[in-house]
Design a protein around this ligand. Structure first.
Ligand code: PEP
Ligand code: MG
Length: 758
């Protein structure tokens, strides 16, 4: 059969099926007519439809086989050719059916006279509901174009079967159960926490309701308009990506663009419309075909591109169907776990925090903006879960346990029980910690430490008092820039800073100036940053601020004015040499003088601090310390530089331990120097929010921690059960002669002395 003949045959069948669907015939009558139409159009001697009933494939209608076999011939899943097709969801196309190892002969059918065989799964809402099979006497396989025509027909048949209510919901329960078995998927722990809810796709999937077109020309127009709109969207996304706003990577967008403008793709969709399908069905039909081809080519690179094409095809279907919004825009109705390939920070912030119980990403990394924002929002995130959007279905019940690195999909009762027990334990713990909230973080040996929180979102302002913290030890001002598509104006910056100071009442707040650039790029700088091989070590933070001082001047004024009449504490990120601190301070002082000259009300004091996160600075403390008012150690960056190990690379994420003697010795030297110089020193990296690590830090002489708000309770519990004097002595011995496993030594020490490390 030629391509043109196949298209004509498809159209003929579709027109016929359309009439059958519209007719008043009863379901059985409709199916009988369908097999006739298909058989005739494809000149096939046999055409049969098997439908799933009670987990078994039952012959429902046939042209060419014995009519007595109808409702008599039944095949289990995996049994015979039909059973294999239904079980695998794959097509079989054979020139000699009997020589296939799974061929099961059923005498009542009288099929022995036929040699060739082609069978197509009938799929409705991602589930196999039956099989369409054709056979003929001539021993030759069916042409590709014939198979294509059959696939188109199977798609329409799915709709017909559903609308004729021939999908036996009770009967398919076994099948549903098989396709919806409980599953545990693993990923990378991005934001620790537990959450329970229904799977919601950030980009919701559209159920295709109508497959046969009423008016082919109208469908062509719909697809034409949708392509236009999609291309506009992709172009806009590329522009945003230039600005570092969206969640998509640049190379993904490049591929999107390539497909969006691919003439071949739109041509194939138009050809499917010509065969009689609606725009939605045509896009899906072409997608099915591509999927099948890709399945045959086992190439991981192509598979990756296939993901991109799937994304785009879904987007096109959503545009055609007029279902455009993200799940955030449609609104979450229940407790939900969000499923996405990746997200931008602004996209995440659009969700209702009360209903968003977690996020599962196919991509994602520890330092991605979305991760930092999710941590600030207190939403657990599991990242790098391969194929998650295929394995999880919209509406599936999910249990997310990031501590365990897993998400349980459609959980079994045992899984639910174990999860809930763990959740209850966590909640009890949290309640215990809540009770500690307002107690002072005082050690058993009577030392009053300081526990502050890291913040950066406007929302954090409201929860500040709740955390029972001693203030904000790190306010990441770049968050406001990351979640905004345009440069936040001075007034907006000033308002945020003032609101934060108001909310903190008289508790101290340490503002960190912008830490952007490198991988945290924003629109207004993108044009100037080229692709960097090592963005973490690149043109970022203070390096960038000193080169583009306009930005920093605006921020300095916003901060100084916001703190009028109070103390302003400000610190600079990524200082590598003391002169960088001097320049930054001079810039702030110049702004202060300018404001003074113009009779603005000023802070009664400006305290200047420095972040220590570049190892070189530790060798310049003798020069630096006399110039600064306080120091804050950013262990996230510091340790990645000390170990030369990218903190975003999952392959080495667990390779080195924060509790290694190298890190601890390094930190102790800094603590000794700042102690002697009398410079207050805080640890503001993630390390301080983990009980064992925080305990070790206290053993090094650390007295101030700035941590993620969720950890305040557990860290206070640890502190209140700790004899710091004893531990400091022990640490001195351990650092002189390190034990084989420092972490284990600390854990044992804590256990023996009943230190609450959870
Ligand atoms: C750090 O590097 O430890 C730090 C607190 O800064 P950030 O995580 O924002 O880079
Ligand atoms: Mg840092």
């Amino acid at each position: 059969m030629s391509f043109a003949e196949a298209t004509t045959a498809s159209r003929e069948i579709l027109t016929g099926l359309h009439d059958v669907m519209a007719s008043r015939n009863h379901a059985q009558g409709k199916l009988n007519r369908v097999v006739e139409i298909i058989g005739e159009a494809l000149s096939s001697e046999v055409c049969s439809i098997y439908l799933l009933r009670e987990g078994v494939l039952e012959l429902f209608a046939t042209l060419g086989l014995n009519q007595d076999a109808v409702h008599v011939t039944k095949l289990a899943m995996g049994e015979g050719l039909v059973g294999v097709i239904a079980e695998s969801g794959r097509i079989l196309n054979l020139d000699e059916a009997t020589s296939h190892p799974d061929f099961a002969y059923r005498p009542e059918t009288g099929e022995e006279t036929y040699h060739s065989f082609a069978g197509i799964p009938i799929i409705h809402r991602e589930r196999v509901v039956g099989v369409l099979a054709v056979q003929h006497a001539d021993p030759r396989p069916y042409d590709d174009v014939e198979i294509e025509a059959l696939q188109t027909v199977a798609m329409v048949l799915a709709e017909l079967i559903a609308s004729a209510e021939l999908i036996d919901e009770s009967g398919t329960e076994a099948e549903i159960a098989r396709q919806t078995e409980a599953m545990r998927l693993s990923g990378q722990k991005l934001v620790i926490g537990m959450g329970e809810g229904k799977a919601v796709f950030h980009q919701p999937r559209v159920d295709i309701e109508h497959t046969v077109a009423e008016d082919t020309e109208a469908e062509r127009q719909r697809v034409y308009q949708a392509f236009r709109k999609m291309r506009e969207q992709i172009d806009a996304l590329s522009n945003q990506a230039e600005f570092g706003v969206g969640g998509e990577h640049k190379d993904v967008l490049e591929t999107y663009k390539m497909f969006a403008y691919d003439e071949g793709w739109s041509r194939r969709i138009n050809a499917a419309i010509d065969s009689g399908l609606t725009a939605e069905a045509a896009i899906e039909r072409v997608q099915q075909r591509t999927r099948a081809r890709m399945h045959e080519i086992d190439d991981p690179l192509l598979a990756e591109r296939m993901h991109d094409l799937e994304d785009l095809a879904n987007r096109l279907i959503r545009i055609v169907a007029g279902q455009l919004g993200t799940a955030a825009q449609l609104g979450l109705r229940n407790d939900s776990i969000l499923i996405a390939r990746n997200l931008g920070p602004a996209e995440l912030l659009e969700y209702d925090r009360r209903r968003l119980k977690g996020v599962v990403l196919e991509e994602g990394s520890l330092t991605a903006h979305v991760t930092i924002v999710a941590r600030a929002m207190g939403v657990p995130v599991l990242g790098r879960v391969p194929d998650v959007r295929r394995l999880i279905h919209q509406g599936d019940q999910l249990l997310l346990d990031v501590e365990d690195g897993s998400v349980f999909v459609r959980p079994s009762p045992t899984m639910v029980e174990a999860f809930e027990a763990k959740l209850t334990r966590m909640q009890e713990k949290r309640a215990e910690f809540e009770a500690l909230r307002d107690l002072a973080p005082e050690t058993r040996c009577g030392k009053r430490l300081k526990v502050m929180v890291n913040a950066g979102l406007r929302e954090d302002v409201a929860t500040l008092n709740m955390a029972g913290a001693d203030g904000i030890g790190l306010f990441r001002t770049e968050f406001q820039f990351l979640v905004s598509a345009t440069l936040p104006r001075r007034e907006a910056q000033q308002k945020l800073y003032k609101d934060v100071l108001d909310a903190a009442d008289d508790k101290p707040v340490i503002f960190r100036t912008l830490d952007i650039g490198g991988d945290k790029s924003v629109p207004y700088l993108r044009a100037e940053t080229t692709e960097e091989e090592n963005p973490a070590m690149g043109w970022r933070a203070l390096r960038l601020s000193l080169d583009r001082e306009g930005l920093m001047k605006v921020q300095a004024r916003a901060l100084i004015e916001a703190a009028a009449g109070r103390t302003l504490s400000v610190m600079f990120p990524m200082v590598s040499e003391p002169w960088e601190f001097d320049e930054a301070r001079a810039l702030f002082e110049a702004q202060r003088v300018w404001l003074e000259d113009h009779h603005h009300m000023l802070p009664h004091e400006i305290r200047y601090g420095c972040m220590l996160e570049v190892p070189a600075l530790a060798e310049a403390l003798d020069e630096l310390l006399p110039r600064i008012d306080f120091l804050s150690i950013g262990t996230n960056d510091l340790t990645q530089f000390l170990f030369a190990a990218d903190r975003a690379d999952p392959r080495i994420a667990e390779r080195y331990d924060w509790l290694s003697p190298a890190i601890l010795r390094f930190l102790r030297r800094i603590m000794q120097a700042t102690g002697e110089a009398g410079i207050p020193t805080t640890i503001c990296g993630e390390m301080g929010g983990r009980p064992v690590e925080a305990m070790a830090l206290i053993g090094l002489g650390v007295e101030q921690l700035s941590i993620t708000p969720a950890a305040v309770g557990s860290i206070k519990a640890m502190i209140r059960s700790l004899d710091a004097t004893l531990l400091r002595e022990q640490m001195r011995e351990w650092l002189a002669e390190p034990p084989y496993d420092m972490r284990q030594a600390l854990l044992d020490w804590a256990a023996q002395r009943s230190v609450a490390i959870g």
